[in-house]
Design a binder for this molecule. Sequence first.
Ligand code: 4UW
Length: 514
Amino acid sequence: MVFVSAHPDVPLADAPVHATVLAEAAGRGEHPALVDGLTGRTIGYAELVRAVERTAAGFAAAGLRKGDVIALHSPNTIAYPVVFLAASRAGLVVTTLNVLSTVDDIVKQVRDSGARWLVTVSMLLPVATQAAERSGIEEVLVCDTADGHRSVLELPGDAAPEIEFDLRRDLFALPYSSGTTGHPKGVMLSHHNVATNLNQSGAAWHDDGQGERVLAVLPFFHIFGITIMLNYLRKGSTLVVLPSFDLARFLGAIQEHRITRVFAVPPIVLALAKHPDVDGYDTSSVREILCAAAPLDEDLANACARRLGARVLQGYGMTELSPVSHLISDEDRDQPPGCVGRLVSRTEARVVDPVTGADLGVGEVGELWVRGPQVMLGYLGRPEETDATVDADGWLHTGDVATVDGDGYWYIVDRVKELIKYKGYQVAPAELEAVLLSDPRVADAAVIGVYVDGAEVPKAFVVRAPGADLDAEEVMAFVADRVAPYKKVRLVEFIDAVPRALSGKILRRELRKR
Ligand code: 4UW
């Protein structure tokens, strides 16, 4: 059975992303678009438009051409959206790097994406320059200032070039996702994908446009942060930007800037619901908290809603879906608890039995498949992985297990793909397994996600090499030295053999059962 969105069709994209987002920006004059939550420095809407034009001109004058990829490696700053939109304006494609990436992570992504430039911040130069030397990057630029590096916002240039866009083919962004299996892959998101998804998700809430003050603490390098940035700049709201989640700074920013909307991942909802410090701040301006990217405990959501006197809503998204397919919208005043909302406009879904491939109906549990204009073009340079994820009829197989009720409300109940979500960040077991296997003391290894106190963490099952003397602490330390902090193995169990199918594929379900 195919479930179809109950919302009326929103328009498909009719312009590239930067033009969609900035369509009304110039007319908003000095209304603040971006506020640095630490320093108070502000960029108004008219200034944003000028900065985007100027930076796009700089890109062109420096020799970057339509279709060229730049890698953006920065924590959230008020410059980040300027660089992103300017790249779009110049016809470039942004591949976003996790700010915690190791040198190896950057080298892999730069090589795979073919990025020509690495745009970073002075604080990250030690990692960025090492990675650039090893990966064929032509130039490392900074968003702020640093000796020996050009500042991306101050490149000389006359006028931004006029670019002809083929909305359905030209890429806007190339974020990395491990999808349902294996290593991170470049997710090709076209202007049509992303701009149409802004119409689909933006229609869900009847925001007060310029009256909204949104806290932008979720990383702009992740698709959730990207879509908040684009949606709320388009709506004319004020984005108060914080570089990372620090509870005191977060609460201080809510109080000082009278934040109306908070976007969160489950650990933030946990802090808001339980941390004693919350009572010391005036959070009464917050009306809605939207949580996504990982499962949210229902009791926690209720506790947070009660404490702040705000609605706590959920949505469901995936990098490969540009990213939104399900949302609790303003029409959903009486949605059942724990649901991720209904299908956004122009979106279809199926619930499929992962074993038999049979279509399932209301109340039955199976793999969620999604089809709509937001489904990615594919994984860069990986036609086989693309075909395994998006079938010939255009259905994206999400690897999540879901069910839908008779009113069209969806629940995510489990995950059949390998992916682990640590605090909303993607962790690919394949990457950790490769690291573990590089330790001569390890004969074999497998990694899965397990829940500890409601939060998912990576757990390694390790087979010691014959005669090897290796304990859990040593396993964790070996991995921690080689991966970004959010990818650390946090639990270890020693086993005699990793359960594998004849094909060699790890039987993760067997490990989960233990
Ligand atoms: N409950 C349980 C959920 C949920 C979930 C996601 O890193 P990615 O590829 O992408 C994201 C994107 C989330 C997102 C972005 C924008 C937005 O508005 C919104 O809300 C509407 C959500 O996380 O990871 C995708 C995977 O994350 C899990 C699920 O496994 C999915 O395949 N996930 N949301 N509410 N799990």
